[in-house]
Design a binder for this molecule. Structure first.
Ligand code: PXP
Length: 247
């Protein structure tokens, strides 16, 4: 069975659109609450909750991650940049997983995954610090051999393969090639002993193909679930995605 990590960042995006400067006096009017979204997603069968605490605090705020740490009953996956400040925060927060994602231009490959090759020592130090604290690290990388091989060499237990290029190619002739690239990436990662997650741009349509990738551990899905929840509610949005992932 493939697990579903629900990324709730875009619930916070909606809140920030109106309440960026909220000082507390607004009380219960500050909505929608990502923590409540997470609670409902878990009740509907989410296997984990994922948030990206960006350095620019564009959506999720630090207060959210602490409230989530209190309330999440499944597993909390903190997406974060590989910076001293974020590493220190993760060590205090103690999420079950961290997923290292690129934020600055120098850390990004052409496709948008983390450039592990170009940031080798920083990534190595991050994995070591997390593992000493009992936190499992995943590296968000493109499905390319050098990035996969080095992730394994540096001791990451997980990689999350970036499905964005595939998702963008879904209505173009490149779809089959991008899918094949992902398939090879998963195989390579498994050969190197890595557990494999995937995410970015997965929706209720392309899940029919994504789910056929072999050996997937977890999919992290955000935008499409939050979008569907606007019309059908969190419960149905999560149940429908889980039903399409595993049948
Ligand atoms: N995985 C990672 C590492 C991400 O950074 C994101 C958010 O961009 C996602 C998964 C979820 O992507 P989406 O919102 O497109 O489903």
């Amino acid at each position: 069975m493939i697990l579903l990590g629900v990324n709730i960042d875009h619930c916070a995006t909606l809140r920030q659109a109106r309440y960026r400067a909220a000082a507390g006096a607004e009380g219960g009017a500050v909505e929608p609450d990502p923590v409540e979204f997470a609670r409902r997603a878990e009740a509907a069968g989410a296997d984990g909750i994922t948030v990206h605490l960006r350095e620019d605090r564009r959506h999720i705020q630090e207060r959210d991650v602490w409230r989530l740490r209190e309330s999440v009953r499944t597993r909390l996956n903190l997406e974060m940049a590989c910076t001293p400040a974020m590493i220190a925060l993760a060590l205090k927060l103690k999420p079950e997983f961290v997923c290292v994602v690129p934020e600055s231009r120098e850390e990004i490959t052409t496709e948008g995954g983390l450039d592990v090759v170009g940031n080798r020592e920083r990534v190595r130090a991050c994995i070591a610090a997390m593992s000493a604290a009992g936190i499992k690290t995943s590296l968000f990388i493109d499905p390319d051999t050098p990035q996969i091989d080095l992730s394994a060499e540096l001791g990451a237990p997980f990689v999350e393969l970036h499905t964005g290029a595939y998702a963008h190619a879904c209505f173009t002739p490149r779809r089959a090639d991008e899918f094949e690239r992902l398939r090879r990436g998963v195989m390579r990662a498994r050969e190197r002993g890595l557990a494999v997650n995937a995410g970015h741009g997965i929706n209720y349509e392309n899940i029919a193909e994504v789910r056929t990738l072999p050996h997937l551990y977890e999919l992290n899905i955000g935008h499409s679930i939050v979008s569907r929840a606007v019309f059908s509610g969190v419960d149905e949005a999560v149940r429908e995605m889980k039903a399409r992932m595993n049948f």
